[in-house]
Write a protein that binds this ligand. Structure first.
Ligand code: AP5
Length: 216
C-alpha cells in the first residue's frame, strides 16, 4: 500500500534531519517545501520572488503558490509508492488543499500518517542559529550538535556550508509565532482523524531516529 508520511513540528524540531534518514531508509522522496521554495528563489522565478517576501518575514508563503508546487511534485513518478512531506501542510487551509490533491492523485487506498515532532520550545532557537547547510546536496549540520568533519565544509561534497537567511534570531521568533498560530492547530485536527503519531523529538538525533522507526 502506498505510504504517505507528513512530518509536522515547530521550526528546528528536527523534521529535515529525520526525513533525510528516513528517505534513505524507505527509498521514498523527501519533499520539503522550504527547500523547494529556496530553489525557486535561487532561480529567481516569479514564484520564488513572491515567496521570498514572505519567507524573509518568517510568514507563510501564499496557499496557492505552495499548493501548486506541491501538486506538481506529488504528481511525479517517484512518488507513486510513497513520499515524506516535510513542512506541508502548515495551516488548516493547506490541509484541505492536500486532501484534494490526494483525492485526485490516489486511485487506491493509502496509508496516510502524520508524524508530530513534540519538542520543548526552549531548545529550538539554539538549534536554529547554529544550523548550517550545504547549498549543493542539502545536507544539514549544526555548529553545536552535528559538526562537519572539516569546519565550514560539507562532509559529502566538500562544498562551503551556508547559513539560511531566515535562521537569524529575529526571523526565527517570527517563524515560531507563525507556527503556533497557524500550524499547531493541525495537531488536534489530525489527532481527531486518528492519523496523528506523536514522537518525543527531544534528545539526540539517534534517539529520535529510534523513536521514529517505531511509528512508521
Ligand atoms: P522550512 O525550511 O520548512 O523551515 P521550518 O519548518 O521552519 O523547519 P526547519 O527547516 O527550520 O527545521 P527542521 O524541523 O527541518 O529542523 P532540522 O532538521 O533542520 O521553511 C522555511 C520557510 O519557508 C517558512 O518559514 C515559510 O516562510 C516557507 N514555507 C515552507 N513551507 C511552507 C508551507 N507549507 N506553506 C507556506 N510557507 C512555507 O534541524 C534544525 C537544526 O537542529 C539543524 O542544525 C540540525 O542539525 C539540528 N538538529 C536536528 N535534530 C537534532 C537533535 N535531535 N539534537 C540536536 N540537534 C538537532
Amino acid at each position: 500500500m502506498k505510504k504517505e508520511l507528513v512530518f509536522l513540528g515547530a521550526p528546528a524540531s528536527g523534521k529535515g534531519t529525520q526525513t533525510d534518514l528516513l528517505s534513505e531508509h524507505l527509498g521514498f522522496p523527501h519533499i520539503d517545501t522550504g527547500s523547494l521554495l529556496r530553489a525557486a528563489i535561487k532561480a529567481q522565478t516569479p514564484e520564488g520572488l513572491e515567496a521570498q517576501k514572505h519567507m524573509d518575514q518568517g510568514h507563510l508563503v501564499p496557499v496557492w503558490l505552495v499548493g501548486a508546487i506541491i501538486k506538481n511534485r506529488l504528481s511525479q513518478d517517484d512518488c507513486k509508492n510513497g513520499y515524506i512531506l516535510d513542512g506541508y501542510p502548515r495551516s488548516m487551509e493547506q490541509a484541505a488543499v492536500l486532501e484534494n490533491i490526494n483525492k485526485e492523485l490516489d486511485k487506491e487506498p493509502v496509508d496516510f500518517r502524520v508524524i508530530y515532532f513534540d519538542i520543548n520550545a526552549d531548545v529550538l532557537l539554539e538549534r536554529i542559529v547554529n544550523r548550517r547547510s550545504c547549498p549543493k546536496c542539502g545536507k544539514i549540520y549544526n555548529l553545536k550538535f552535528l559538526k562537519p568533519k572539516e569546519h565550514g565544509y560539507c562532509n559529502e561534497c566538500k562544498t562551503e556550508l551556508i547559513q539560511r537567511k531566515d535562521d537569524t534570531e529575529e526571523t526565527a521568533k517570527a517563524r515560531f509565532s507563525t507556527y503556533f498560530e497557524q500550524t499547531a492547530p493541525l495537531i488536534k485536527y489530525y489527532e481527531d482523524m486518528g492519523k496523528l503519531y506523536k514522537i518525543d523529538a527531544n534528545g539526540t538525533i539517534d534517539e529520535v531516529w529510534q523513536r521514529l522507526l517505531k511509528v512508521i
